[in-house]
Design a protein around this ligand. Structure first.
Ligand code: ZN
Ligand code: FE
Length: 262
């Protein structure tokens, strides 16, 4: 299984370090929004940065790229990969669905999925039993629609939900508890969500991460992946005050509901 180390940044971001299975001291970093905590972790654990993967252009995901490239301690260039259709610092290799981010000497390779919705060009990296999905899929939730449509986001989430059930979900924010509060308002009878909420409350009380989740868990507890569920559909229709005959319409209604949910 992939060895992954979380780096906490800002108030609730996770920056992920992916260790090479051939040499655990060499790491890729995913979405380094802040170079400082990444630099500290690299120094503390004697790790070498061997590559940068970016999911989308928001500053809490790319803000540390320039400084990490400047501070590199070896003479070797650090490759940067990012979405084909967004402006990313560090002159990245531009990736779209069907492309791969390959690091042959590290023994790491990730397939790219286009997952627009949160931003127009958002991509996800899939490989080694894991998905790094930025701000598209969160545990028990999903990203806000800043640049894309509800249809796009629904289709992006459906793509992620179709990954093998045991795939570990490395998203970029610790939003799980507030997402579950919303999920339980949508579907109060969801026992899997209720017991996951209890588990996550215990983790957070000890200041531990609820991430990674996995696709099986998300299919069971995430209302945004359950637009085909009769309870979710009925709750969405009650919120919208009209019939919602298609899953993207159900998705759009609960996404809008969540935007105003406190
Ligand atoms: Zn974002
Ligand atoms: Fe973010």
């Amino acid at each position: 299984m992939l060895q992954v180390t979380p780096v906490r940044a800002f108030t609730d971001n996770y920056i992920w370090l992916i260790h090479s299975p051939r040499d655990a001291s060499r790491v890729l970093v995913v979405d380094p929004g802040d170079a400082k905590p990444v630099g500290r972790m690299l120094a503390e654990r004697h790790l070498t940065l061997a590559g940068i993967l970016i999911t989308h252009h928001h500053s809490d995901h790319v803000g540390g790229v320039a400084e990490l490239l400047r501070n590199r301690d070896s003479s070797a260039a650090i490759p940067v990969y990012g979405p084909a259709n967004e402006t990313i610092p560090g002159d990245p290799t531009r990736l779209r669905e069907g492309d791969h981010a390959r690091f042959a000497e590290l023994g790491l390779e990730f397939a790219v999925l286009d997952v627009p919705g949160h931003t127009a060009g958002h991509i996800a990296y899939v490989g080694h039993g894991a998905v790094f999905c930025g701000d598209t899929l969160f545990s028990a939730g999903c990203g806000r629609l800043f640049e894309g449509t509800a249809e796009q986001m629904h289709s992006s989430l459906s793509k992620l939900a179709a990954l093998p059930a045991e795939t570990l979900v490395y998203c970029a924010h610790e939003y799980t508890l507030s997402n579950l509060k919303f999920g339980l308002a949508v579907a109060p009878g969801n026992q899997a969500a209720a017991s996951y909420f209890e588990k996550c409350q215990q983790l957070r009380a000890r200041d531990q991460a609820t991430i990674p989740s996995d696709i099986r868990q998300e299919r069971n507890v995430n209302p945004f992946l359950r637009c085909d569920d009769e309870t979710v559909k009925q709750a969405a229709e009650a919120y919208a005050g009209r019939r919602l005959p298609s899953q993207p319409e159900v998705f759009a209604a609960i996404r809008q509901w969540k935007d105003g949910f406190r």
